[in-house]
Design a protein around this ligand. Structure first.
Ligand code: ADP
Length: 360
């Protein structure tokens, strides 16, 4: 590559990184109506280019139900996976410069969290969600820098269900040929017990993901049920060695598909279902509280209130960068869940996190 092009690219990236450091960004994504779903009653009234969103209840027209929100971006129903990724890429690239990054998908079950993070299936690259695109991008860039920095990439996959962390890559089996990544304390590693595998290519990644997803499925009686009630965390650890100075840099990317944010009707839920609902509620509010405390510059940030925030502690606050996708199902039946997800996102949005705030 031409030297000046590389320089210009680096400068552009640098500026983007400066802009993102220490802030939480919120992107709202509205999923399309599904085949067979009536499109008559959409809650989405207006999507603006500058992150404005107006939602209302078409069955109860009037000022009461009409609400205006503003986020860093709003992706309408026609937005492709690629378009979403283009706006996510600068964060992901900064991992290779030694930053810790967290990307969450928040929303009720069926609002498109898994679609955004993983995609509908692994069969077609054009459908790939953020996590596969991120890994692809990381490999691509690390290749292009290989004459100055040599990167190693390690992957972990865990699930948090009822406040218990489960290693999805722990089992023996075909993945052993990938080898365990032999480093003691990568930056941001907060799951010391979870297996980590070094990956060199998308083939390795796809193989590992397949194993992780299979492990997730085998423990669940009904996969969809269970997966909507657990958080899944894919952690990508990057270690770079500068060939000239021999210095090390470490970065980490957590990609989190959160449990469904829907309220469970307390009068109907009993037993396991109620317990699950309480755990989800607790961990999602703990996440909101941590981000809020960071924004308020509180002396005490309540990381210890949930497994999720404990796990991600080193990647929330400080120099870390956070992005939350708030996912919406546009159907009128989801109106109240939509409003509550948007309110959660609004509470955590537009606020600055951690030590880097003086840069802005
Ligand atoms: P969640 O993870 O929030 O429960 P899913 O990602 O499983 O939701 O999405 C629910 C359904 O909607 C799936 O059938 C998914 O393929 C579809 N879907 C979600 N987002 C999109 C989108 N942007 N384009 C097309 N289909 C989508």
């Amino acid at each position: 590559e031409n030297y000046h092009e590389v320089l210009a690219e680096n400068r552009k990236l640098y500026n983007e990184v400066q802009d993102l450091k220490g802030n939480i960004r919120v992107y709202c994504r509205i999923r399309p109506f599904l085949p067979g779903q009536s499109q008559k009653h959409s809650t989405v009234e207006f999507v603006g280019d500058d992150g404005d969103l107006i939602v209302s209840n078409p069955l109860k027209p009037g000022k009461e139900s009409r609400k205006h929100f503003k986020f860093n971006k709003v992706f309408g129903q026609a937005t492709s996976q690629e378009e979403v990724f283009i706006d996510t890429q600068p964060l992901i690239r900064s991992v290779l410069d030694g930053y810790n990054v967290c990307i969450f998908a928040y929303g009720q079950t069926g609002s498109g969290k898994t679609y955004t993070m993983s995609g509908p299936s692994l069969s077609s690259n054009s459908d790939w969600g953020v996590n596969y695109r991120a890994l692809h991008d990381l490999f691509h860039i690390s290749q292009s820098r290989r004459t100055s920095i040599v990167y190693e990439v390690g992957v972990q996959m865990v699930e948090i269900y009822n406040e218990q962390v489960r290693d999805l890559l722990s089992s023996t089996g075909p993945q052993k040929r990938l080898g365990i990544w032999n480093i003691t304390q990568p930056n941001g590693l907060s799951v010391p017990d979870a297996s980590m595998y070094s990956v060199n290519s998308m083939t390795d990644v796809l193989e590992l993901m397949h194993i992780g997803l299979t492990n997730r499925a085998t423990s669940a009686t009904a996969l969809n049920e269970r997966s909507s009630r657990s958080h899944s965390v894919l952690s990508i650890h990057v270690r770079g060695t500068d060939l000239k100075t021999n210095s090390l840099l470490r970065g980490c990317l957590h990609l989190v598909d959160l449990a469904g944010s829907e309220r469970v009707d307390r009068s109907e839920a009993t037993g396991d279902r109620l317990k699950e609902a309480q755990h989800i509620n607790k961990s999602l509010s703990a996440l909101g509280d941590v981000i809020f405390a960071l924004a308020q510059k509180s002396a005490h940030v309540p990381y210890r209130n949930s497994k999720l925030t404990q796990l991600l502690q080193s990647s929330l606050g400080g120099q870390a960068k956070t992005l939350m996708f708030v996912q919406l199902n546009p159907d009128v039946a989801s109106y109240s869940e939509t409003i509550s997800a948007l309110k959660f996102a609004e509470r955590v949005s537009g606020v600055e996190l951690g030590a880097a705030r003086s840069n802005k």
